[in-house]
Design a binder for this molecule. Sequence first.
Ligand SMILES: Cc1cc2nc3c(=O)[nH]c(=O)nc-3n(C[C@H](O)[C@H](O)[C@H](O)COP(=O)(O)OP(=O)(O)OC[C@H]3O[C@@H](n4cnc5c(N)ncnc54)[C@H](O)[C@@H]3O)c2cc1C
Length: 475
Amino acid sequence: MTTSPAHAPAGPASTGGRPRVVIIGSGFGGLFAAQALRRAPVDVTLIGKTSHHLFQPLLYQVATGILSEGEIAPPTREVLRRQRNARVVLGEVTGIDLTARTVTSTVLGRTTVHPYDELVVAAGAGQSYFGNDRFAEFAPGMKSVDDALELRGRIFGAFELAELADDPAEIDRLLTFVVVGAGPTGVEMAGQIAELAHRTLRHDFRRIDPTTARVVLLDAAPVVLPAFGEKLGDGARRHLNKIGVEVQLGAMVTDVDADGIEIKDGDGQVRRINAATKVWAAGVQASPLGRLLGEQTGAEVDRAGRIAVQPDLTLPGHPEVHVVGDMAKLDELPGVAQVAIQGGRYAADQIRRRIAGREPRGPFHYDDKGNMATISRFSAVADIKGLRFQGFTAWVLWLVVHLFYIIGFKSRITTVLHWAVSFLGRGRSQRVATQQQVYGRLALEHVGPGFSASKTGGRRPAVTAGEDRTGRESA
Ligand SMILES: Cc1cc2nc3c(=O)[nH]c(=O)nc-3n(C[C@H](O)[C@H](O)[C@H](O)COP(=O)(O)OP(=O)(O)OC[C@H]3O[C@@H](n4cnc5c(N)ncnc54)[C@H](O)[C@@H]3O)c2cc1C
C-alpha cells in the first residue's frame, strides 16, 4: 500500500507473500465477505467510505427517534477487531485499475493505492431521483446515517415550528408529511411518522394538536409494496389507512420545492400538496464504480448503474474481480441484504478455493429467505418461501429476524430496550435533533469539498468547474 502523493505501483500485483484481498465497501456484501475469509491464508484490506457498517433496514427507526444511530451502525473496525488477517481503511474508492490490479482511495485529500490479487467490489447503491437531483435539496433520501439524522431533525422540527405558527395554512403545511415511494422503506417511514404524531407526541404540545398531522404516502405505481404481491400489498394499504396514512397511488412527482410537492395524477391532472417535510424513498442508483468497471471490461451497465456479472459473480476476463450486492446485475436478483450477504460469502469461498488450487464452485445460487416490512407497531407483512403472513405474526417474525442480523451483543440489548419503550409504551428514546443534522448536508454542499479538508489538516482537493460537489456519506 502506498499513500499520497503516490501513483499505482506498476507490474504484477503479487508480491510472493500471502495473497492480498481488497474489499470495497463495509456494507452487507463487503463485511460478510471479509468475515468469511477469517481463516483463509490471505491478507484482507476492507476499504469503506464510512467507518461504520450500516444496517440500512432500520434507518427509518433512527429517523423517527426509536433507535440511536450507534445501534444500527457499529464501527467496522470493532466488528473485525479479532480477525487478525483483516485491516480496515477509511476512504472513498475513486479508481480501480484492472490491468495494474490496484484500487485508489482518498480521504480528506489523502490518496492511497492498494494493490490486490483478489478484489471484491461491494459499494452498494445510493438514492436515485430519476434525473431530478435538485429534489434532493428539499426531499432527503434514506441511505445513510446522515440522511436519517437530517430527517429526524426535519420531522421533529416541523412540530416545533407548527407550535410557534399562527397562520392556520402555515400550521397545515408544517404538519403535512409526504413520503414518496410505497416500497418497504416508504411504508415503514409513513407508518412511523403516523405513530409518532398520533401516539408519541399527542400530549406534548399546547397550541397544536399533533394528531391532526397529515401523513401522505404516494407512488406512481398502482400498488403498495409491489414485491409482496397484490393481497399483502392491499392489506398493507388498508392498515396504513387505519393508522392515519393517506395512500395516493398512480401519483407521479413532477416537482419538489421548500414549501411542497407537485404531483401529476393518472388522469393528467397536476396538483400540489403543501408540505414542509418531504421524504424520498423511491429509486436506487448503483455506485458509480460499476460504470468504471464496465468501461474497463465491456460488461453491460444498466440504467440503475448495476454491472452485469458472470454466473460466478466475476467480471468477464477477470476471474479475480468479484462484484456482489446492490451493484451486481444477475438474473434479476433483488436489491436486498440477503443477496449481498450470500454474494459476499460466495465470493469469499471462490477466493479460498482458487488459493487452495481447488475447483471453483458452481454458479451463484440465491437462497431467497423471504421479504418483510413493518407497517406499524404489532403489524407487518412477510412473504417467506411462498407463505404469506400479515399482522402480529409477521411483526414478531420481523422482530426476531432483525434482532438476529443486528451486529453486536450490546446493540441487541439496547435495541430491545428501545423497542420496548416505543412499542409497549408511547415514548421514543432518541428525539434529539440538532441544527447540524438539519443544515449540515446543504451547508457542506454549499461550501464545497475543499472545506472539510482545509479545516481538518487534510490536503485540499482541486475542484474543477462543473464537478459534483455532493458527498452525502458520514464517516
Ligand atoms: C432504507 C433502506 C431500507 C432497507 N430495508 C431492507 C430490508 O428490510 N430488507 C432487506 O433485505 N434489504 C433492505 N434494504 C436493502 C439492503 O440494505 C441492501 O440491499 C444491502 O445493504 C446491499 O448491500 P451491499 O453490500 O451491496 O451495499 P451496502 O450495504 O449499501 O454497502 C455499501 C458499502 O460501500 C460503501 N461505499 C460506497 N461507495 C464507496 C466507495 N466509492 N468507496 C468506498 N466505500 C464505498 C458504503 O459506505 C457502504 O459501506 C434496505 C435499504 C435501505 C436504503
